[in-house]
Ligand binder design. Structure first.
Ligand code: GAP
Length: 450
């Protein structure tokens, strides 16, 4: 099932109103990259801060880190990414355009979930599938999605590094540091937010599949025999977070990912899927990574990753539950969930019914007429007071009041405060116009600032 919202409408609003622009647009773009404008940054920050509040500050078993993006190449050798972080790639045999084989199958109505590369090639042959340009396709090969770079002035094998494809490894490599500095009791988690990079063969669907994106990840360290209860607890907490994003439970689905489709490190994965405008797709995932990562670090670095239970001699390498969120996908879910069209006074209206705690602008303050100094002065006073209280308050005196309402509706501002003659003629009240209902209430300034 997909939501009734059209993706093109969201992309157009995002660009028009300063949320998200195509990356390097002025030079013709760079596929799979996106730039955040002033409102996009604000919305993204609100989502990320809410996540941090929910999973880190709101609990007493979480520690935050912010690790370097560039890491020693051994990290990615030990983690298995150098060998196995691959997607199946096929090529148009005439014009040499390249495609992700499972995407080509999906676009032709064949579900490739669980298929090996050979099975995908067989399905392409069986269904007579051609490239989008109508040419035969080559047999598939694997393509590693990590961006390679060199650290330092020499470009040899020893200087190879990668732009991290997940933030998780920066957590695992700091496991021992956090244990040694904070002596946490098990179970405990380490959380990180930050950029991740993947050289996706076919970035698509707006910010859903980008080459540069942001993740919010937790590695939750547990006793090997207690992973199931931690998994259930973090799954439940994830659902609570999605409700705090304003997403509707009926649009959220759990998929118990079959073994053939799980990442190389996972013994169990539940994907949370969401009814995006592009269809039901992965929003985030929770994986049981066993002791795969700490075990690999211990083997390759020859440093012990064992945890000793306090007051005992019991020692083991902890197992890990990993809730992994993509910020862009959370943002796309929030935007498509909020997008609304209705009719006001016979005119089509577009608005974003964003939850108040996520809206980039919480209040806009407007003098009814901008050429009346007494209105402007009073409005500035109210604006400054509201801004001091909430921070994300904006001044809007552009165009007539109807235009201001439309603009604020489109960016999801829940309340517009209008200062009119009644405000200064001793009433001390302002009009507060509500985004979702378009209702206007007269409220005293004291109550507004309460
Ligand atoms: N550390 C585990 C990990 O990275 P993943 O399923 O590959 O797992 C986690 O990625 C999340 O990151 C996904 O559920 C998705 O939200 C986001 N994500 C992954 N690739 C992405 C891409 N190319 N563009 C945007 N978000 C992406």
């Amino acid at each position: 099932m997909s939501s009734s919202v059209n993706m093109e409408d969201i992309i157009s609003l995002a660009k028009r109103r300063g949320f998200i622009y195509p990356g390097s647009d002025v030079y013709g773009g760079l596929r799979g990259t996106w730039d955040y404008g002033p409102l996009g940054v604000a919305l993204k920050r609100n989502i990320m801060n809410l996540w941090w509040q929910h999973f880190v500050d709101g609990r007493d078993d979480m520690y935050g880190v912010d690790a370097a993006i560039l890491m020693n190449q051994k990290v990615w050798q030990a983690s298995g990414h150098v060998d196995t972080f691959v997607d199946p790639l096929c090529e148009d045999t005439v014009n040499h355009r390249r495609f992700r084989t499972d995407h080509i199958l999906k676009d032709n109505g064949v579900d490739a979930e669980g298929m090996t590369m050979e099975q995908m090639d067989a399905a392409i042959a069986e269904h007579g599938i051609k490239s989008p340009d109508g040419n035969p396709l080559s047999a598939s090969r694997t393509f590693n999605m990590m961006f390679t770079t060199h650290v330092g002035p020499t470009s040899d094998d020893a200087s190879i590094s990668y732009l991290r494809p997940e933030t998780a490894q920066g957590i695992f490599t700091n496991f021992k540091n956090v244990v040694d500095s904070f002596y946490p009791d098990l179970p405990f988690g380490i959380a990180q937010q930050g950029k991740a990079f993947r050289n996706e063969i076919s970035p698509r669907d707006f910010i859903f599949r980008s080459r540069e994106f942001e993740q919010m990840e937790i590695e939750y360290f547990v006793h090997p025999e207690k992973w199931e209860e931690a998994f259930e607890e973090l799954l439940a907490s994830t659902h609570e977070f999605l409700v705090r994003l304003g997403l509707k439970p009926e649009h959220i689905h759990e998929l118990d990912v079959p073994e053939a489709d799980r990442a190389h490190y996972s013994k169990k994965t539940i994907d949370i899927e969401y009814d995006f405008p592009i269809g039901k797709e992965e929003l985030m995932g929770i994986a049981y990574r066993t002791d795969f990562d700490l075990g690999n670090i211990q083997r390759v670095s020859s440093k012990s990753m064992e945890y000793t239970v306090k007051g005992t001699n019991e020692k083991f390498v902890p197992h890990v539950i990993e809730p992994s969120f993509g910020v862009e996908r959370a943002l796309m879910a929030v935007l498509s969930n909020a997008y609304r069209e209705d009719e006001v006074n016979g005119e089509k209206r577009i608005y974003l019914a964003l939850p108040e705690h996520l809206a980039p602008v919480r209040y806009a303050v407007s003098p009814l007429l901008k050429n009346k100094p007494e209105l402007v002065e009073k409005a500035r006073e109210v604006y400054r007071a509201l801004k001091q209280k909430y921070g994300n308050v904006s001044w809007d005196d552009n165009g007539n009041i109807g235009k201001r309402y439309r603009r604020q509706d489109e960016i999801g501002t829940p309340h517009v405060v209008v200062i009119d003659f009644e405000t200064i003629e001793g009433g001390g009240t302002v009009t507060v116009r509500e985004r979702d209902t378009t209702e206007q209430r007269r409220v005293s300034i004291a109550e507004l600032l309460g």
